[in-house]
Design a protein around this ligand. Structure first.
Ligand code: MN3
Length: 200
């Protein structure tokens, strides 16, 4: 049972002009695919070949002898989650229960957006900005490199990839502009709301 690169949930050009087909071509077609290919090479012929992706991540987290497997597996998961966090015509304000919960937790959507942007832009080097559910509460955080909240008893609700490969072709060094555009034009709030509903 090999780990498979899941299909993109939209066409490669569907997020233009905010996220180009060229960026997705490299980011999905080269970077994400390479994590899948590397992971399959690393687990070939081992008992891990029979495990689901989440099991591989959880069983290798914190094990210094399995860093390569963990990094590739977590990057496969994080990227699949990231693609689903965006949609054509997305972004702006959430609605319904999710909007209420964000308002209760952060004070307003504006304050949420400010904190999410600060966490994503403030991550030094490569990593991810996240909205997670932890112990029944919403929390904004970031992780370094391949790290993923699921190994810290946190349920991922929303992520933005802030590795340079995620935005350099479209935004060069302007990470803040990418994260602002992500919030304003790309976030798939229906996916985030579904993640929150499942976490209850
Ligand atoms: Mn990436």
């Amino acid at each position: 049972m090999a780990i498979v690169l899941p299909p993109l949930p939209y066409a490669e050009n569907a997020l233009e002009p905010h996220y180009s087909a060229r960026t997705i071509g490299f980011h999905y077609g080269k970077h994400h695919k390479a994590y899948v290919d590397n992971l399959n090479k690393l687990i070939a012929g081992t008992p891990m070949e029979a495990k689901a992706l989440e099991e591989i991540i959880m069983s290798t987290a914190g094990d210094s002898s399995k860093t390569g497997i963990f990094n590739n597996a977590a990057q496969v998961w994080n990227h699949t989650f990231f693609w689903n966090c965006m949609r054509p015509g997305g972004g702006g304000r959430p609605t319904g229960d999710l909007a209420a919960k964000i308002g209760q937790t952060f004070g307003s959507y504006e304050k949420f957006a400010e904190q999410f942007k600060a966490a994503a832009v403030g991550r030094f080097g490569s990593g991810w900005g996240w909205l997670v559910r932890e112990g029944g509460a919403l929390k904004i955080m970031s992780t370094a490199n391949a790290d993923t909240p699921m190994t810290s008893k946190q349920t991922p609700l929303l992520t933005v990839d802030v590795w340079e490969h995620a935005y350099y072709l479209d935004y060069q060094n302007r990470r803040p502009d990418f994260v602002q555009t992500f919030l304003d034009h790309l976030v798939n709030w229906d996916f985030v709301a579904a993640n929150l509903a499942k976490a209850k």
